[in-house]
Design a protein around this ligand. Structure first.
Ligand code: UDP
Length: 416
């Protein structure tokens, strides 16, 4: 069998006071129709990335409402991940030379994973496959019950895909009983998807990264990193990556500092030990900061984990997201949930998240700086914006809504 992940326990009842009553009741109604149904989620990793983050909450909550849910990780090793990383970038529009060898590696790992699934001999009502890595498992799963319904969830913006990779993957994508994308704009332009479902992602409001922290606790944590909590600070939490534009954020901060000299800037980014690109960009950002003592750079390697990210997000005076390109932008959701005013680029899922009035959309560095200054000078305006953002997230981007959307789709596909 595939490697099973144990995601622990969660109870939907704990979320009851956080979400709208109708949503909670709809989940209760759906659970009656789906009780005991067997669901298998399949992805490529149990650690890192948005998909794993979501599954750690979604799997236990789906179990809590009475379904029999498992999470399996497919087989993978370096040659396979090199190919699928290439596919991922190609679906986002990067150049890619699709070779016979790449296809052979990709197919082989999918074939082996599918064989393990079939040989385990279990019956599944739903198999929920995430992203391109395990996409071909359906194709190679002959021998599994005909009754099983297959869902493919694409978390990637594939609106301008590399043609060769898309043409290769298309027949497999179409073969699924449902294809789920974050936004309609993310689907490939001329790919016919009759079973398309649009479901944005969500955050877990009770996870260590998003649970309520008191101002005192947040301040206590932030001050331990040397940031002066008596003075305002701007924050961006993002990988050190050109698409997240940390250098642009420093430019914004410098313009703000001309008007508000006491301002500080905190940049938090997670680093992988084996990501040379990340390190290169970290050093680039450090040297761009040029020894400015009011600019702070932190990462998971300097002990900034989920709770610390929570503290920085909870306390920031303005949260910036100056991405040049973005997927959904979960960090924006996280900041809005903490009622922080957001200044962010008009890319990816950000406009949809700021629709409720939780932030200011910008296209340039001077626009971003002007928006920050306005928010820093007018705390009442900033406060109102923060509250609006939080309510927008409560209504649209919390995990019970994602659970409801999944259950709806299961009920539809199973005809119950
Ligand atoms: N993140 C983190 N520590 C960091 C940087 C990022 O925990 O130092 C988390 C962040 O809180 C969010 C996720 O990584 O949950 C990033 O998701 P997003 O959709 O914003 O961007 P991606 O990195 O997937 O492009």
């Amino acid at each position: 069998m595939l490697q099973r992940v144990n995601p622990g326990n969660k109870a939907l009842a704990d979320y009851r006071s956080i979400v709208r009553r109708e949503l909670y009741e709809e989940i209760q109604e759906l659970r009656l129709r789906l009780e005991g149904r067997r669901v298998l989620h399949v992805n490529a990793t149990s650690f890192g990335g948005g998909v794993a983050e979501i599954l750690y909450t979604l799997v236990p909550l789906t179990r809590d409402v009475g379904l029999d849910v498992e999470w399996g990780v497919m087989f993978g090793a370096e040659p396979f991940f090199n190919v699928t990383k290439g596919f991922h970038n190609a679906l986002q529009g990067a150049d890619y030379e699709l070779s016979v060898e790449d296809r052979a590696i990709y197919e082989e790992y999918n074939r082996q994973s599918a064989r393990a699934l079939v040989e385990a001999g279990e019956e599944w009502d739903i198999i929920f496959v995430h992203d391109p890595q395990p996409l071909l498992m359906k194709h190679f799963s002959q021998g599994l019950s005909e009754r099983t319904r297959w869902i493919w969830r694409c978390h990637i913006d594939s609106s301008t895909p590399n043609r060769a990779v898309l043409d290769y993957l298309s027949p497999y994508i179409k073969d699924y009983d449902a294809q789920v994308y974050t936004m309609r704009e993310y689907t490939p332009p001329d790919l016919e998807l009759p079973n398309l479902e649009i479901v944005p992602p969500a955050i877990d409001p009770l996870s260590p990264k998003n649970m309520a922290l008191s101002a005192d606790d947040a301040s206590y944590i932030v001050s331990q990193f040397g940031v002066d909590t008596e003075r305002p600070f701007l924050l961006q939490v993002s990988r050190f990556d050109p698409w997240k534009d940390p250098l642009g954020v420093i430019d914004v901060y410098r313009l703000v500092k001309e008007e508000i000299p006491e301002i500080q800037l905190v940049l938090v980014g997670s680093m992988a030990h084996d990501d040379p690109e990340g390190w290169e960009y970290w050093y680039k950002t450090t040297s761009y900061a040029a020894g400015d003592e009011d600019i702070f750079l932190f990462s998971n390697l300097t002990n900034v984990g989920a709770i610390e990210v929570n503290a920085f997000q909870s306390l920031a005076d303005v949260v910036i997201q100056k991405s040049i390109r973005e997927g959904f932008g979960l960090v924006v959701t996280e900041a809005l949930w903490k009622a922080r005013p957001v200044v962010a680029s008009r890319v990816g899922g950000i406009p949809m998240q700021l629709e409720g009035g939780g932030g200011i959309l910008i296209d340039t560095v001077p626009e971003a700086a002007a928006a920050c200054v306005k928010l820093l000078r007018d705390p009442e305006f900033a406060y109102t914006m923060g509250r609006r953002g939080k309510e927008h997230v409560r209504a649209n981007f919390l995990i019970p809504r994602l659970l409801r959307d999944d259950l709806r789709l299961f009920a539809k596909l199973l005809g119950v």
